[in-house]
Design a protein around this ligand. Structure first.
Ligand code: 15L
Length: 267
């Protein structure tokens, strides 16, 4: 990275806390941004408190960086105004700041919820239609759209990761398809940082799950080799059988509980 830091947004969150020491070990300097204190800093980390909706503050965080790992967001369903500020205005501010400051590479956390209303019987690749299951999912579709624009028109390299369920281990039947282990999360982000070229890349963030719904073969230029498999936990999870209602939207659709009619905060 030529001695320049990688900016990690959402640096206080659970994924960033796992990634930070691993990214630091491999790439050296990290600049952290979050709206809250990201915790004790490592020896190669510096930190800037920053609201993603504040373009000037985001610009200061981005300036001088080699790349951005954009994890900062509201990560659950919320009122539109909350999602709009963090995830819509925030995604614009990050990508526009990167363009202005010549930071070409961005790894952006999208989500399964951008495609959550695809049925669990479907197999999705990078070309799957956007079927968001929440305001949160809509915001991720928007961020992917922005990524396309900035990659194609401004020549940036941007990977949008449709992340499934990042957990220490899978705990429910849906996770047998959606689980992304923490070590595989690090492998995926690093593979995107290391790829010679990204252009506009869409990838699914999942481990090597036997029951995966997702196909990353459209991104051969990213050398992501997941090592974990939720199937190792299947016997434990399905010990008493699959107790889910086969007719409920939570079971039918890939977005799981985000697809429940009550999981929404209308205005
Ligand atoms: C997500 O995108 C959420 O941020 C996370 O909280 C989980 O719900 C995950 O998706 C999932 O679908 O399991």
């Amino acid at each position: 990275m030529d001695g320049k830091p990688i900016l990690v947004t959402g640096a206080a969150g659970k994924i960033a806390r796992y990634l930070r020491p691993r990214l630091a070990e491999r790439y050296g300097r990290l600049r952290l941004s979050d709206r809250v204190d990201p915790g004790p800093l490592g020896p190669t980390e510096d930190s800037q408190l920053c609201e993603l909706a504040d373009l000037d503050a985001v610009g200061k965080a981005v300036e001088g960086c080699a790349a951005v790992v954009h994890l900062g967001a509201c990560i659950v369903e919320e009122q539109w105004e909350v999602i709009h500020q963090s995830n819509v205005v925030g995604a614009y501010n990050v990508l526009e700041s990167a363009r202005r400051h010549g930071v070409k590479r961005v790894v952006l956390a999208s989500s399964v919820h951008a495609v959550g209303y695809h049925p669990a019987t479907a197999r999705l690749d990078a070309g799957a239609a956007a079927l968001p299951d929440s305001f949160y999912g809509v915001s991720k579709v928007f961020a992917e759209g922005l990524a396309c624009l900035y990659a194609e028109k401004a020549g940036m390299d941007i990977a949008c990761l449709r992340i499934g369920s990042v957990l220490p281990e899978p705990t429910e039947p849906r996770h047998l398809s959606t689980w992304l282990s923490y070590p595989d999360t690090a492998r995926l982000v690093m593979a995107c940082l290391d790829a010679p070229k990204l252009g506009y890349t869409i990838m699914y963030g999942c481990s090597a799950n036997t029951r995966s719904w997702w196909d990353n073969s459209g991104a051969p230029h990213v050398a992501y080799r997941p090592k974990d498999n939720a199937e190792d936990y299947a016997a434990k999870i399905l010990n008493d059988g699959d107790k889910r209602d086969p007719k409920s939207p939570e079971t039918i659709f890939q977005g799981g509980f985000f697809c429940a009619p009550t999981y929404v905060k209308w205005g």
